[in-house]
Design a protein around this ligand. Sequence first.
Ligand SMILES: *[C@@H]1O[C@H](CO)[C@@H](O)[C@H](O)[C@H]1NC(C)=O
Ligand SMILES: *[C@@H]1O[C@H](CO)[C@@H](O)[C@H](O)[C@H]1NC(C)=O
Ligand SMILES: *[C@@H]1O[C@H](CO)[C@@H](O)[C@H](O)[C@H]1NC(C)=O
Ligand SMILES: *[C@@H]1O[C@H](CO)[C@@H](O)[C@H](O)[C@H]1NC(C)=O
Ligand SMILES: *[C@@H]1O[C@H](CO)[C@@H](O)[C@H](O)[C@H]1NC(C)=O
Length: 292
Amino acid sequence: MAMFMYVYRIFISLLLILVHCEVTVEQATHGPLRKICTYTRRDKTIAEIPPLAREDEDAITELLRCNSTVLSPRCLITGSNSKVICNCTVENHKRCRVVEIDFSDRRIEGGIPQNIGNLKYLTTLNLDRNKLNGPIPESFKDLKLLTHISLCDNSLNGTIPLSLGEMKSLQKISLCKNFFNETIPPNLKSLESLEYLDLSYNLLSGNIPELGGIGTLTELNLADNQLSGELPDSLTSFVKLEELQLQNNEFVGALPSSFHSLVNLKTFDVRGNNLNGTIPDIFGGWEKLLIM
Ligand SMILES: *[C@@H]1O[C@H](CO)[C@@H](O)[C@H](O)[C@H]1NC(C)=O
Ligand SMILES: *[C@@H]1O[C@H](CO)[C@@H](O)[C@H](O)[C@H]1NC(C)=O
Ligand SMILES: *[C@@H]1O[C@H](CO)[C@@H](O)[C@H](O)[C@H]1NC(C)=O
Ligand SMILES: *[C@@H]1O[C@H](CO)[C@@H](O)[C@H](O)[C@H]1NC(C)=O
Ligand SMILES: *[C@@H]1O[C@H](CO)[C@@H](O)[C@H](O)[C@H]1NC(C)=O
């Protein structure tokens, strides 16, 4: 009996410690998701963790399809399957806001909800390798601080929205392996911080428009689409370009001789097009070229 009481007391103490941790370490949530932030950046000298903004919680709840009260395993956010970084400094420790999301490989189904636009402080969104379908919602334009967006390997469709070209903070856009069709939005050229653009494996057609990131762009991958027309001279203004992948499209005409100014190229692939003419005397200049 004494032994039993002893074990019982330890058990109760542990339980109390756990409850205590739950209260002090986790942020309170409103809905069925009991834990959302896997890491919270805050001022540790303030004892209480401020609550997560309700609108951020709503957006994540809807994205994960967890807004019924029935808890399902897909509603569990742990550090090992996902990353949600919250930052309480942005609203002066009154509330915390979500600044980074990595929900790759979570088998999320259905559309990206309109209220994703609630996540006003989001800088990084990674939804790679899920089962998302439908279009990129209009509300994306509200994610004004977004620097990295990655939606590869889903079943998204519709057009690449013009509003992407208005999100000036964007440095990395990765929309590969989806069903986006129509043309590449011409206003991507106003993205002056763009370093990485991957639109490969979609159904894009039309010409390559002038693109943004002149001087900053290091990777451009437009492979495996239905793009056509001649390769524009303007590609040569990407002086930092290291990777240029244009294979398996419907490009015609000759390689612009001005390509020789792309001295940093390491990967250059134009296979599977209808290019013709002679190969210009450009390869001597490409000392770093590894693959062609
Ligand atoms: C839950 O999601 C459905 C479908 O997206 C929506 O119609 C409904 O209003 C949501 N319910 C709550 C409580 O947010
Ligand atoms: C958190 O917010 C503060 C204030 O805006 C900012 O200085 C800091 O870099 C942010 N940290 C992250 C990781 O977002
Ligand atoms: C996108 O796909 C859905 C089915 O997933 C379809 O109903 C819709 O018509 C498609 N829209 C476009 C613009 O391709
Ligand atoms: C893009 O997909 C939609 C829906 O499937 C279709 O109606 C439209 O004609 C497609 N556009 C092009 C250029 O193929
Ligand atoms: C290459 O293709 C373009 C467009 O199809 C054509 O106008 C041009 O005459 C061709 N040049 C050669 C050398 O075959």
